[in-house]
Design a protein around this ligand. Structure first.
Ligand code: ADP
Length: 398
């Protein structure tokens, strides 16, 4: 964790504002057409090769108090964008502004932003209180102690003041790092994969606590992650990035319900895409409630979500109830099944209609019906039927 500005409220006046082109008057963070490039320059700054364009023209706003997740596969430019906002990376073109003021030329420590990384990088020779108080050097002792106590409470570590850093678990260390980055009240907190060094269960818990802590302190935040569950848990809005560009920015529910493209849907974990009749797609989406944005009425690809397929029985059995979705039932061959998260998940091979990938698609279907954990799933090689569950699907443009 690097605290960029230990005490923004007391560190003197921020750099004089310089109105920039196209930054508008938006409150909070405004990112306009930002490009970040690496390399490509030899001695004397002469361009030697094209280099890498890590961020290829991103425009984005983060309102005061909002938590925005930057979500995308590794290498898509999330960290580069975050670092450009922090001032750690120069922007090749475009602008970063806060409250309508261009931050070009404003050094990292004058931006009033905080940064937290994957490894909290605590000071090993300081105890917990000493770490949290790091950015509060200008405060009178009593005020500083009160702020440390308050922040440790916010991150669920009340009473940990005197603990040595070496005695903390990985999760506790990240909580201390979070308390330290929140203590000076940064006007924007930039978090780069802060949970990804932790194991899965802990990550899920900490993601919830992280959201609580940001909310409780009213902190505006940009949170980088490659994990869509984490993004959905923590953020008010999720910005999906791919190859240096933004594909879609939306609240988690909207993103899930109406991914803007096949690429976004793939990244969210939609498992298969089936060309579909306009009428059938439209009917399927109607079942999910009104949604003016869904491209169902004009046809497209039916995107089958991780919970968008149900197993309804063996072929020839009376399992046609599923076809009422208008999207068909398909014969499938069981590969295996596991009991996970309260349901039997059956991995099946299905010949999907309208896809010409040659091999059957390997998909996961939920086994419906009574029995729960005690009911054995179907065995490998068994022939079954699967049906699309519109509630777990979306329609995306081809
Ligand atoms: P993400 O955070 O999404 O994993 P990054 O912003 O770290 O992506 O990287 C985006 C692209 O920029 C990648 O191709 C990466 O290899 C490249 N890159 C990142 N940092 C540097 C650097 N310091 N020098 C050269 N290339 C870099």
């Amino acid at each position: 964790m690097v605290q960029i500005d230990p005490a923004p409220a007391r560190a003197g006046a921020p750099e004089p504002p310089r109105p920039g082109p196209g930054t508008g008057e938006a409150a909070g963070l405004a990112v306009r057409d930002v490009v970040v490039r690496y390399g490509g320059r030899g001695a004397g700054g002469a361009r030697t090769d094209p280099g890498t364009t890590a961020v290829a023209g991103v425009t984005l706003d983060v309102a005061p108090g909002e938590i925005l997740a930057l979500l995308g596969p590794s290498g898509c430019g999330k960290s580069s964008l975050l670092r450009a906002v922090a001032g750690l990376e120069p922007v090749a073109s475009g602008a970063v502004a806060w409250d309508g003021r261009d931050l070009a030329g404003v050094p990292v420590h004058r931006r009033g932003f905080g940064l937290m990384f994957q490894e909290g990088q605590l000071f090993p020779h300081r105890d917990v209180a000493g770490n949290v108080a790091y950015g509060l050097a200008g405060l009178p002792r009593a005020e500083r102690d009160a702020r440390v106590t308050e922040l440790l409470d916010v991150v669920g570590l009340a009473g940990y003041e005197r603990r040595a850093v070496a005695t903390l678990s990985g999760g506790e260390r990240q909580r201390v790092a979070l308390a330290r980055s929140l203590a000076p009240r940064p006007r924007l907190l930039l978090l780069d994969e802060p949970l990804s060094a932790l194991d899965r269960g802990l990550r899920e818990r900490l993601a919830l606590d992280l959201r609580e802590a940001l909310r409780a302190t009213g902190t505006t935040a940009v949170f980088v992650t490659h994990d869509h569950d984490e993004a959905f848990t923590v953020a008010d809005r999720v910005a999906v990035m791919d190859a240096g560009r933004l594909l879609q920015v939306a609240p988690p529910e909207d993103l899930w319900r109406a991914p803007a493209s096949r690429r976004v849907a793939e990244f969210l974990g939609y498992q298969a895409f089936v060309p579909t009749e306009p009428s059938a797609a439209g009917r399927a989406m109607d079942r999910r409630g009104p949604d003016d944005d869904a491209p169902g009425a004009s046809g497209g690809l039916l995107a089958i979500g991780p919970r968008g397929l149900r197993m309804v029985g063996s072929p020839g059995s009376d399992a046609e109830s599923g076809s009422s979705s208008g999207l068909g039932t398909w014969a499938a061959t069981v590969v295996g099944s596991v009991f996970r998260r309260g349901a039997v998940e059956v991995t099946v091979d299905v010949d999907l209609p309208g896809t010409d990938e040659g091999a059957p698609a390997r998909l996961v279907a939920l086994a419906s019906g009574a029995g729960g954990a005690d009911a054995p799933g179907p065995g490998p090689g068994e022939r079954v039927r699967v049906v699309v569950d519109p509630a777990g699907c979306a329609v995306v443009a081809t």
